[in-house]
Ligand binder design. Structure first.
Ligand SMILES: *[C@@H]1O[C@H](CO)[C@@H](O)[C@H](O)[C@H]1NC(C)=O
Ligand SMILES: *[C@@H]1O[C@H](CO)[C@@H](O)[C@H](O)[C@H]1NC(C)=O
Ligand SMILES: *[C@@H]1O[C@H](CO)[C@@H](O)[C@H](O)[C@H]1NC(C)=O
Length: 393
C-alpha cells in the first residue's frame, strides 16, 4: 500500500509539469492546501506538527516549500487561511449562479476548477479572498505564538508618548499602547512571498492576479482596528492598554464582495494583449522584487477611472453560468434551490435562467423548544415543520 502511494505522488508531479498551463499565471496550485485539514490529509503526529499528504505537498512550488521550512508553523496557518477563504467564498456566493464550488484539485488541476483559466470577475474574487485568507491567518497565528519566526506585533508600544505627557499635564485620561497586536506586517509580507510566487507580472493576466492578490491583503490591512482594555482603580481607566486587532474574516469577505460587484475591467498599459513573455533561458534575468508591484492597469473603458489598490480587476467577461459547460468547468444551475419571492440573483427567474422551477413541500424534523436543565443538559422536542422548496429545472 505504501509503495502504491509513492507511485501515485510521482505520477502527480509528472502530470503537473506536463499539463501546466501558464495562461492563468502559475500561482494557483497552492489553493489545494485548503483541503489539508480534511481527515485524510491531516494527521496530527504531535501537537503543532502538520503532517500533510505528500500529494498536497507536491502541489506547492519550491519557494513555498522553502518558506514553510523556514517558518515552522506557517504552513498550518496557510492551510487554515485557504480553508477560511473557501468557506467565505461559498458563503458570499451561495445564492448566485456561480457558487464557488470546489473540486478535486490534484493531477495538475486547481481547487476552483477551470473557471480560473478565464480572467473574469469570479477569478478576481478567488485570488483576492485566498490571498486575504493567508494574510489574516498568518497575522493571527503570529500573535497566538504558533509560528516560530514571528510573534505579536509590539511596535505600537509607546507609539504616543507625547499624548501621554499632554494627558498628565491636562488631566485627560492617560493611555498607552502595550498589548499584543495581530502581526499584520508579517502576514502581509508572508502572503506576498507565498501567494504571489509564480506570478511574474509579465502578462496582463499575471498583472491581474498580482493586483487582486494585493487587493485582498489591502482589505485585511486597512480594516485593522484598535481594541483597548482599561486598568486602574475600580475601572477608572487611568491606564489603558491598546492593541491592533484583525477584522473578522466575514467583514473582509463582505467588503471584497462589494468590490466584486463594482470590479473594473482593465487592459494593460499600452493596451498590449497577452504578449508571450520574453525569456532568455540561457540567462534568466531577475528583476528586483519591488518592481513586480509597480504597474498601473488601465480601465478598458477610457471614461472610467483607474482601479485603486483595493479594487478588484478582471480582463475577460464572465461566461454565462446557466448551462453546464465542462470545458469551462461550469456546473450550470439545474437543480439549484431558488427563492420565488426574490427579484435578486437568488430569485427563481434569474437563478433558473428563465427555464422555470419545480416546487416541493418537504417535512423537516428539527429540534425545538429546547430547555436548559441544571446542570448541564439541554432537552429539546422534535418538531416537524413544512418547508416549501423551489428547484430550478
Ligand atoms: C453549487 O451548485 C452546485 C450545482 O450547480 C451544487 O451541486 C453544489 O453543491 C453547490 N456548492 C455549494 C458550495 O453550494
Ligand atoms: C426570499 O426572498 C425574500 C425577498 O427578498 C426574503 O425576504 C426571504 O427571506 C427570502 N427567503 C429565503 C429562504 O432566503
Ligand atoms: C413550544 O413552546 C411553546 C410555549 O411554551 C408552546 O406554545 C408550543 O406549542 C411549543 N411547541 C411545541 C412544538 O411543542
Amino acid at each position: 500500500m505504501k509503495c502504491l502511494c509513492t507511485l501515485v505522488v510521482l505520477t502527480v508531479v509528472v502530470s503537473c509539469q506536463a499539463t501546466s498551463k501558464p495562461r492563468r499565471g502559475r500561482g494557483s496550485m497552492w489553493w489545494g492546501i485548503a483541503k489539508a485539514g480534511e481527515p485524510n490529509n491531516l494527521a496530527p503526529m504531535s501537537p503543532g506538527v502538520l503532517y500533510m499528504d505528500p500529494a498536497v505537498h507536491a502541489t506547492l512550488r519550491r519557494k513555498q516549500r522553502r518558506l514553510a521550512r523556514e517558518n515552522p508553523g506557517a504552513l498550518a496557518a496557510v492551510a487554515k487561511g485557504a480553508s477560511m477563504a473557501v468557506a467565505e467564498c461559498q458563503h458570499q456566493f451561495k445564492n448566485r449562479r456561480w457558487n464557488c464550488s470546489t473540486r478535486n484539485f490534484l493531477r495538475g488541476k486547481n481547487l476552483f476548477g477551470k473557471i480560473v483559466d478565464k480572467g473574469c470577475r469570479e477569478t478576481a474574487f478567488i485570488y483576492a479572498i485566498t490571498s486575504a485568507g493567508v494574510t489574516h491567518a498568518v497575522a493571527r497565528a503570529c500573535a497566538e505564538g504558533s509560528i516560530e519566526s514571528c510573534s505579536c506585533d509590539y511596535s505600537h508600544v509607546g507609539a504616543a508618548p507625547h499624548r501621554a505627557r499632554a494627558a498628565a499635564a491636562s488631566n485627560v485620561r492617560v493611555w498607552k499602547w502595550g498589548g499584543c497586536s495581530d502581526n499584520i506586517g508579517f502576514g502581509f509580507r508572508f502572503s506576498r512571498e507565498f501567494v504571489d510566487t509564480g506570478e511574474r507580472g509579465k502578462t496582463v493576466r499575471e498583472k491581474m492576479n498580482l493586483h487582486n492578490n494585493e487587493a485582498g491583503r489591502a482589505h485585511v490591512q486597512t480594516e485593522m482596528r484598535q481594541e483597548c482594555k482599561c486598568h486602574g482603580m475600580s475601572g477608572s481607566c487611568t491606564v489603558k492598554t491598546c492593541w491592533m486587532r484583525l477584522p473578522s474574516f466575514r467583514s473582509v469577505g463582505d467588503s471584497l464582495k462589494d468590490r466584486f460587484d463594482g470590479a473594473s475591467r482593465v487592459q494593460a498599459r499600452g493596451g498590449e494583449l497577452e504578449a508571450p513573455a520574453q525569456r532568455n533561458d540561457a540567462a534568466p534575468r531577475r528583476e528586483p522584487r519591488r518592481d513586480r508591484y509597480r504597474f498601473q492597469l488601465r480601465p478598458s473603458n477610457k471614461e472610467h477611472k483607474a482601479p485603486g489598490v483595493k479594487d478588484l480587476v478582471y480582463v475577460d467577461p464572465s461566461p454565462g453560468f446557466c448551462e453546464r459547460n465542462p470545458r469551462l468547468g461550469i456546473a450550470g444551475t439545474h437543480g439549484r434551490a431558488c427563492n420565488d419571492s426574490s427579484l435578486g440573483v437568488d430569485g427563481c427567474d434569474l437563478m433558473c435562467c428563465g427555464r422555470g422551477y419545480r416546487t416541493d413541500t418537504m417535512f423537516v424534523y428539527e429540534r425545538c423548544n429546547c430547555t436548559f436543565l441544571w446542570c448541564c443538559e439541554v432537552k429539546c422536542k422534535r418538531c416537524h415543520t413544512e418547508k416549501v422548496v423551489h428547484t430550478c429545472l
